[in-house]
Design a protein around this ligand. Sequence first.
Ligand SMILES: O=P(O)(O)O[C@H]1O[C@H](CO)[C@@H](O)[C@H]1O
Ligand SMILES: O=c1cc[nH]c(=O)[nH]1
Length: 235
Amino acid sequence: MSTHINAKLGDIADIVLLPGDPLRAKYIAETFLENPVCYNQVRGMSGFTGTYNGVRVSVQGTGMGMPSLSIYVNELLRFYDVKKLIRVGSCGAMKPHVKIRDIILAQGASTTSNMNNRRFGSVNFAAIADFELLHETYMTAKSNGMKVHVGNILSEDSFYEDYNSNRNAKLVDYNILAVEMEAAELYTLAAKYDASALCVLTVSDSLVTQEETTAEERERTFGEMIKLVLDTVTK
Ligand SMILES: O=P(O)(O)O[C@H]1O[C@H](CO)[C@@H](O)[C@H]1O
Ligand SMILES: O=c1cc[nH]c(=O)[nH]1
């Protein structure tokens, strides 16, 4: 048992999917996993373990933002020996060619967060995905005929920013595909604890066109992303 996760060692699988929303964790467990068992309800941040293709997989909500994700990922890595962590999140598209409902594999995560400044001082640590996990997920997508974007994203500290600021224009020039709020911390912690991590995102809205998906559409397209990830990690 750790401070924020009320589970015994062994209750949580080696492979954990990480949605920001704990209700999405419940939806994923109930829709995609066989025999899901809830191992955590502390603060309503649900965690479940079940099987997919006969392989044990867990799904743990992380909350929104890097400080919240950091708590859950630290505890999964330090106290539950988790080896593979795949964030399954939503994001806002920043480039015009990235459309609503598209899927992004975040090869790297640039960040505005102060968490890495505190860790590394003047060094700008490059928070990157695990190469094998990224490659395997990309190959699964290709063999399923799915189009995915692969590239650099922005992990932002606050949701309500002025996204049309000059800063964002600069980031777009430098090929930042989309914005979300957790990947950089996930990648940094995975590097520290020698684990494999990847962030897979579905575009829920566009900062370019101001379009948004409906809740129903989001559920359906998130399903495509979840299946891609589960098919990859249970091969
Ligand atoms: O859909 P999730 O996984 O929560 O991800 C995105 O949505 C939240 C903001 O609405 C942030 O957590 C952001 O990263
Ligand atoms: O963090 C996020 C997630 C979705 N859309 C955004 O604009 N930002």
